[in-house]
Design a protein around this ligand. Sequence first.
Ligand SMILES: CC(C)(COP(=O)(O)OP(=O)(O)OC[C@H]1O[C@@H](n2cnc3c(N)ncnc32)[C@H](O)[C@@H]1OP(=O)(O)O)[C@@H](O)C(=O)NCCC(=O)NCCS
Length: 188
Amino acid sequence: MYPVDRAGQRLRLRELHPDDVDAVFAVYGSAEATQHMSFEPRSREQVGQIIDRATQSATTDPRTEYALAVTTQDDGDVIGFARLALDPHQPQGATIGFALRPDTWGAGRGLETVHLLLDLGFDGLGLHRIWGARSPLNTASARTLTAAGLIEEGVIREHVRKNGQWRDSVVHAILDREWPKTPRTRTV
Ligand SMILES: CC(C)(COP(=O)(O)OP(=O)(O)OC[C@H]1O[C@@H](n2cnc3c(N)ncnc32)[C@H](O)[C@@H]1OP(=O)(O)O)[C@@H](O)C(=O)NCCC(=O)NCCS
């Protein structure tokens, strides 16, 4: 599917553009936003490379990765980065990841972002299973995934290497039959 453009009540998921680099850097370059993620804060140059790869992979056929900008509906401000990647050996499954700029946290935008990713995966791509992995210390992510209907399934032990140490991940997942079709998101 290309281009992706999915609108919710306040937010929108759209394809990344090269000129989104500063906005994405405000998220991926932030020590606060990346504290519980699997990587250290990215440099602006690294964010540029991530966006280059995202725009290239967006037009591959078949498409296996959807790395997208999260924007506000009203003024188009890019407030975050959202990703859905098909599982390599089970393409009806996918992982999701998401991160918003810290000054936007705490007002329901994380939940709406996950709703939009699920809407893309289930309604847009016909997937069967969508899952995410979070740090055990990432309470905000746990609450957001749970609020969106993903069920905590278990722990992947020593899954991520960060700061010279192994870190477990907690897996949350949702199946297509568990995804309620409600009018909370609409597709454009
Ligand atoms: C995770 C993240 C997207 C949540 O965004 P947000 O806009 O603050 O989330 P929402 O306002 O939609 O809140 C969703 C739920 O999380 C809870 N929550 C949000 N921040 C929280 C925090 N710091 N501590 C505890 N709960 C928190 C909310 O109370 C709400 O739960 P509820 O519905 O049970 O009340 C945001 O914190 C973020 O970008 N973090 C950095 C990146 C990251 O960790 N991504 C996830 C990787 S797995």
